[in-house]
Design a binder for this molecule. Structure first.
Ligand code: S3P
Length: 442
């Protein structure tokens, strides 16, 4: 995919439904009693993987464009699949479905593509084994052979990583456990969830007994979340907001290109996902949020962005580190590109989790930035990029959707043409990305 530099981005941008929320909507609707209509279901290949796996587990699913209609089978009403469940590139599909399958009375196998087969699964295998599921996985990697049990034993668990996928896996397994399962998030200086909380919000919306509270000690706050295994999910129509992680690419592009003005409607503004907006605003981006409302327990609103010639930072240091990292982890590739455009550049630390995403994102970011003439330094847990005159170059997606899209935006800021090798990886979360970009870029 060849991308030319741009002067500005203008217009109204329609974004697909949120990927994280769509996965949960499909899974929880399948576990509910009754029929659910999901509006604005994500167009991403990852969310197709979730639907296909659920179909192979005996769930009746109809799709009419962005509307998905699911006949729930109840929390333990799935049927033994006659083939392996292919999660494609989707870590969320694999880790969340593992929680569901642990509580079914049959064996199943979860597989994934080359990238997913390299990602760490021990983080879900360990708690699920403690709940009495039997899981075979060579070296704690996919394929996962899950020997489910119903009911499972309940669990009290301290999460070793601030991971919404692990938390969600246990909460889903907890729906098929005897009594209450409780999870403690890693400690945080802030009294807020340490990872996205869509699963908790949607489970509660559908009637599950979910309790959340914070325990404070001298070092900060620990959030405890519990789910009662006696909960029944009752089908209720769901509306998926647009994906703020997809929005982030356009927000960064419009912020840095003078004379830009874009409007993004109906975007998910759950506080566990909006750290990207806070960060961009600290570093001088002109972002306005309007029409905030609640839909299906999720906060939603419209975002408008205006370009500025020189972004003036309000932050004490051009550093992002600590508790905020988990809440903008998926936006770090595009933040790296943003860092090349702001005085003083940007340093990201405490983000070693990036090394086990769809690609080793620290490596992918650093390699591509260097190819585009940026000054960049790599750390085990992050990187530092200086304000740089980007030059068009051949860059690689490394098979990673967010790397493909982040460097398409870098290409807009560069001198000369950029060629993105493996650009089709963008379809994993945002198949319409390049078309949308072409329609608003000048
Ligand atoms: C996701 C959680 C995050 C995120 C991923 C989606 C989710 O992963 O990076 O893109 O939908 O729960 P971790 O749970 O591994 O942090």
């Amino acid at each position: 995919m060849k991308i030319q530099p741009a002067n500005s981005l203008n217009g109204k941008i329609r974004l697909p439904g949120d990927k994280s929320i769509s996965h949960r909507a499909a899974i929880l609707a399948s576990m509910a009693i009754g029929e659910t209509r999901i509006e604005n279901y994500a167009t991403s290949a990852d969310c197709d993987s979730t639907l296909n796996c659920l179909r192979n587990l005996g769930v009746e699913i109809r799709r009419e464009n962005a509307t998905v209609i699911i006949k729930g089978v109840g929390r333990n009403g799935f049927t033994k699949p006659d083939k392996e469940l292919n999660c494609g590139n989707s870590g969320t599909t694999m880790r969340l479905l593992a929680g569901v399958l642990a509580g079914q009375n049959f064996d199943s196998i979860l597989t994934g593509d080359e990238s997913l087969s390299k990602r760490p699964m021990r983080r879900i295998i360990e708690p699920l084994r403690r709940m009495s599921a039997k899981i075979a996985a060579e070296d704690n990697h996919a394929p996962l052979l899950i020997h489910g049990a119903n009911p499972l034993q309940s669990l009290s668990y301290n999460l070793p990583v601030a991971s919404a996928q692990v938390k969600s896996c246990i909460l889903l397994a907890g729906l098929n456990a005897v009594g209450k399962s409780e999870i403690r998030n890693p400690q945080s200086a802030l009294k807020s969830p340490t990872s996205r909380n869509h699963t908790e919000l949607m489970m509660r919306y559908l009637g599950a007994e979910i309790e959340e509270h914070f325990v404070e000690d001298e070092n900060g706050f620990v959030q405890e979340i519990s789910v009662d295994g006696n909960s029944t999910l009752v089908a209720k129509d769901l509306n998926v907001p647009s994906d703020i992680s997809s929005a982030a690419f356009f927000i960064v592009a419009a912020s840095c290109l003078e004379n830009s003005e874009i409007n993004l409607e109906n975007v998910g503004l759950n506080p566990t996902r909006t750290a990207i907006l806070d960060a961009l605003q600290w570093f001088g981006a002109d972002i306005e949020i309007k029409n905030r409302k609640e839909i299906c327990n999720e906060s939603v609103g419209d975002i408008s962005v205006r370009g500025r010639k020189n972004l003036i930072s309000k932050a004490a240091a051009n550093l992002i580190d600590g508790d905020i990292i988990a809440n903008l982890i998926d936006e770090i590739p595009i933040l790296a590109v943003f860092g090349t455009q702001i005085a003083g550049g940007l340093e990201i630390r405490g983000a070693a989790e990036l090394r086990v995403k769809e690609s080793d994102r620290i490596k992918s970011i650093v390699a591509n930035l260097r190819r585009m003439n940026a000054t960049v330094e790599e750390f085990p847990d992050g990187f530092r990029v200086g304000k740089s005159e980007l030059r068009g170059a051949a860059v690689d997606s490394f098979g990673d959707h967010r790397i493909a899209m982040a460097f398409a935006i870098a290409a807009l800021f560069a001198k000369g043409e950029t060629n993105i090798i493996g650009a089709d990886a963008a379809g994993v979360s945002f198949p319409e990305f390049f078309q949308t970009l072409a329609s608003v870029g000048k």
